[in-house]
Design a protein around this ligand. Structure first.
Ligand SMILES: *[C@@H]1O[C@H](CO)[C@@H](O)[C@H](O)[C@H]1NC(C)=O
Ligand SMILES: *[C@@H]1O[C@H](CO)[C@@H](O)[C@H](O)[C@H]1NC(C)=O
Ligand SMILES: *[C@@H]1O[C@H](CO)[C@@H](O)[C@H](O)[C@H]1NC(C)=O
Ligand SMILES: *[C@@H]1O[C@H](CO)[C@@H](O)[C@H](O)[C@H]1NC(C)=O
Ligand SMILES: *[C@@H]1O[C@H](CO)[C@@H](O)[C@H](O)[C@H]1NC(C)=O
Length: 347
């Protein structure tokens, strides 16, 4: 079953959501207006073939970018100065990589499992969290030779999960990562030392909307200042919940903004979110007060077809975006291209 019809039917809602936002609210409460910010957009790197699908991104300390792929079980490194890309690791016994998050200096956790990019069906029970240790990679940004410097090991298998997706490091001290289980509508916490795991968050806002072809609830995650921020895709909601030191809920689940299709996201220390809207072909910015602004791209734009994820660099001004090339919903019904990494420079 193709989820396209479902998605196309909600596409028309974005302009409405933007237009109906009360402007008095923005003037009173926020340093930002919901005007489109000045940006420069360029392609940093693009795969050669249609079907390549960048699912998620993580930044390394040296400024280079790691990306996961959904169409193959691979993690790649992209040099953010030159756009040179190198395969870091290909996982055996799986079809796809999903969330990626730094758990120690230059050590990353990666969600790995089986998923079909033609039927959009995950294989329940096939998901695990793996560790990629890049500490012995001293090859420098150019001419990296990862085969010799990557140490890979399993953190935990999660046979109880239906389809793991986005992931965020909770706190480095807690040794926990949080992982979205999109069809189940829960967030797992996994101890990266012991592999112990259990459901940390379970709420209506995490569950797929009813009557949708694609059961996609909670998707992207980020932990900032004691809150777990998350996207809930088919509900078209961007939410947060305050949590305790063991990642259990400590307050109400709050909807910050709604009316667009959120995929993975990044959130700054002040609570400003940058969210990839996948079939809506754009990146939006959401203030802590819920005002939505278009950052780049757009429903009918071919600038960044199918943006799945974004990460703000340490400078706070450079936003990297990963794309699927528009595989979920080709732009204007027809336009597709290979997956790529886009660099957005915010003014
Ligand atoms: C996952 O996919 C791999 C590669 O296609 C396959 O070898 C493996 O059997 C699959 N695992 C499950 C649990 O289906
Ligand atoms: C392949 O994955 C399946 C399901 O995750 C697991 O049960 C099996 O042990 C794995 N096989 C190998 C050779 O790693
Ligand atoms: C990209 O990497 C190749 C080798 O992998 C190297 O020859 C080339 O100089 C690099 N390009 C840039 C722009 O650094
Ligand atoms: C989540 O909560 C619902 C309602 O309380 C419950 O039926 C369901 O089993 C829970 N899911 C998990 C995975 O714990
Ligand atoms: C990708 O697919 C589109 C249309 O579906 C086609 O126009 C384009 O040439 C393809 N690009 C590549 C690199 O194969």
């Amino acid at each position: 079953m193709r989820p396209q019809n479902t998605i196309v039917s909600v596409l028309a809602l974005l302009p409405q959501a933007l237009a109906s936002w009360p402007s008095f609210y923005s003037e009173l409460e926020s340093p930002y207006r919901n005007d489109e910010p000045d940006v420069q957009v360029s392609t940093l790197f693009q795969f050669p073939n249609n079907g390549s699908w960048v699912d998620n991104l993580a930044l390394r300390r040296d400024g280079s970018l790691l990306l996961t792929r959904l169409d193959v079980p691979e993690v790649w490194s992209v040099d953010t100065d030159t756009g040179n890309a190198t395969l870091v690791h290909s996982f055996p016994n799986a079809t796809s990589c999903f969330g990626i998050s730094e758990i120690d200096d230059d050590v990353f956790a990666v969600v790995v499992g089986n998923f079909s990019t033609t039927t959009y069906q995950p294989t329940a029970g096939s998901f695990s969290v793996q560790k990629i240790d890049l500490r012995s990679d001293t090859s420098g940004e150019e001419q990296r030779v990862f085969e010799q410097s990557v140490v890979v090991s399993q953190i935990a298998a999660l046979p109880e999960a239906e389809a793991l997706n986005g992931m965020a490091t909770f706190t480095k001290e807690s040794r926990l990562v949080l992982i979205a289980d999109s069809p189940n509508g829960v967030v797992w916490k996994v101890n990266i030392e012991t592999g112990d795991h259990s459901v940390a968050l379970n709420d209506t806002t995490l569950r797929p909307a009813e009557g949708q072809a694609l059961p996609l609830g909670v998707n992207g995650l980020k932990v900032v200042d004691g809150y777990v921020y998350y996207s809930s895709t088919t509900r078209m909601e961007f939410c947060r919940v305050k949590v305790n030191e063991d990642a259990t809920p400590a307050g109400d689940y709050q909807v910050i903004a709604s009316g667009f299709l959120p995929d993975n996201l990044d959130v700054t220390e002040d609570g400003t979110a940058y969210i990839a809207t996948d079939p809506q072909n754009s990146i939006v910015r959401v203030t802590p007060y819920g005002q939505i602004a278009l950052v780049a791209g757009g429903q009918l734009s071919t600038l960044m077809p199918g943006p799945t994820s974004c990460r703000l660099a340490a400078d706070g001004k450079t936003l990297y975006v990963g794309t699927s090339g528009g595989q979920v919903a080709p732009v204007m019904g027809t336009f597709m291209e290979p997956g790529k990494v886009v660099k957005i420079t915010l003014a």
